[in-house]
Design a protein around this ligand. Structure first.
Ligand code: ITT
Length: 180
């Protein structure tokens, strides 16, 4: 049994479904932890793992993600939570007014601590920033992230088939079945 530390229930439910396909059982640890102001998702995840390794005594993993907009040099990136809480989807659309290159990607980093080493797994899904807010499923930036013409929030469960989080988790679980 491996613990998944996250305050986000949606993330846990999604991970549990994917884990089942690999016959892996995961446990939800709903624990908030400090996130440092690093330069990359990987760096932030390393510090979080180091902090959590003192709080938890079995094997565990975390998952951190963000939206990276190319014309904004990767913003909001590691600041995604804060930017979503402050300026939100409307704010991002405002920043993108009149911008031609609307390409963007979601990136997820899964970081797993086996009590001796930290292993990271990355998932990326490319798309573009929509011209307006569309759809009502999902969370966060889903209503403004377009993938093949539809926003993630218009794709319902279909988002989970192609999401950055799914890709990172599948890499992790498949590695886990071979190594543990
Ligand atoms: P943790 O406790 O696991 O950290 P969290 O909700 O803070 O949960 P993240 O830090 O990984 O999650 O996510 C950062 C922000 O990026 C999140 O608040 C969303 O606004 C956005 N985000 C991440 N994944 C997303 C997705 O699949 N769809 C839409 N927005 C996403």
């Amino acid at each position: 049994m491996i613990s998944f530390v996250t305050t986000n229930k949606g993330k846990f439910v999604e991970a549990k479904k994917i884990a089942e396909k690999f016959s892996i059982e995961i446990r939800w640890v709903n624990l908030e932890y400090p996130e440092i102001q690093g330069e990359s998702l990987e760096e932030v995840a390393y510090f979080s793992i180091k902090f959590l390794s003192k709080e938890i005594d079995d094997m565990f993993f975390i998952e951190d993600s963000g939206l990276f907009i190319n014309s904004l040099k990767g913003f909001p990136g590691i600041y995604s939570s804060y930017v979503f809480k402050t300026i939100g989807n409307e704010g991002i659309l405002k920043l993108m007014e009149g911008v031609k290159d609307r390409s963007a990607y979601f990136k997820a980093v899964v970081a797993f601590y086996d009590r001796s080493e930290i292993h990271t797994f990355i998932g990326i899904t490319e798309g573009r920033i929509a011209n307006e807010i569309r759809g009502d499923s999902g969370f966060g930036f889903d209503p403004i992230f377009e993938y093949n013409g539809r926003t993630f929030a218009e794709m319902g469960e279909g988002k989970n088939e192609v999401s950055h989080r799914r890709k990172a988790l599948e890499k992790f679980f498949s590695w886990l079945t071979k190594n543990f």
